[in-house]
Design a protein around this ligand. Sequence first.
Ligand code: 0WD
Length: 259
Amino acid sequence: MSLLKGKRALITGVANRWSIATGIARQMHEHGAALAFTYQGERVKDEVEKLAAELGGGPVIECDVASEDSLARLAPALAQFGKLDALVHSIAFANKDDLAGKTHGTSRGSFGLALDISAYSLIALVQALHDQLADGSSIMALTYLGATAIVPNYNVMGIAKAALEASVRYLAFDLGDRGIRVNAISAGPIKTASARQVAGLSKMLDVVAATAPLRRNVTPDDIGKMAVFLASDLSAAVTADVHFVDGGFHAMGMYPPPQ
Ligand code: 0WD
């Protein structure tokens, strides 16, 4: 299948082979897209370069979204790659201490950090890549149910995801006159390095597997398939929305009683 033949995508947020961004990159590569990658810093550089080589050998560029200098270097570094048809935002961070216990324990500094890296970074990337994005391109960001419903321990990250989802809607309006679409994918829980920071992740995975309509957890490749759809012309009129890839868990109003 080649839904993305001739399209160029920039993938952010690959940390290792278990990252959701890796599943997205794998699916986009299988569908014929040319891929460029960003990595946060030296710590993950080798791993991202290795994965990029396996997935078409496109450019691998350092980009720490907390750094204005780093963001400013991004568009020039992509000049040779060409205009982007898709941009994947798969980045989040909060202090581990804030992903357990009470939300009112969050300090002003930790709140700002979580919102900066997990939500403002989408706006920062769009700003930095404004002229690098092709008209009609597709931007997508990863979010979670904790943005709109209470998920114990998700705490400040839920607040950051709410800001991210609102940013998706405002950016969709701003960029819509260029035919650029902006969407969020709300993934079910997946055991990645980031998710392990949230207290009680294993229990969350068990609850979803036992109670979601599909009675299973999702994989990075499940998310990748939605990303392919959103990057493809099949979703030409789809923008400003949050698309759940969680086995239907978000639609449950009550857990079924244990068998
Ligand atoms: O259950 C899950 N895993 C879910 C994740 C459910 C629903 C949504 N998500 C979201 C996350 O909140 C995030 O937005 O998916 C996105 C990707 O997360 P992931 O794949 O679960 O986690 P991971 O493999 O850790 O990738 C996130 C990466 C960071 O990884 P590490 O582990 O090195 O912190 O975000 C990147 C970094 O590579 N990142 C940054 N990139 C650039 N600049 C920065 C930064 N300042 N900070 C973190």
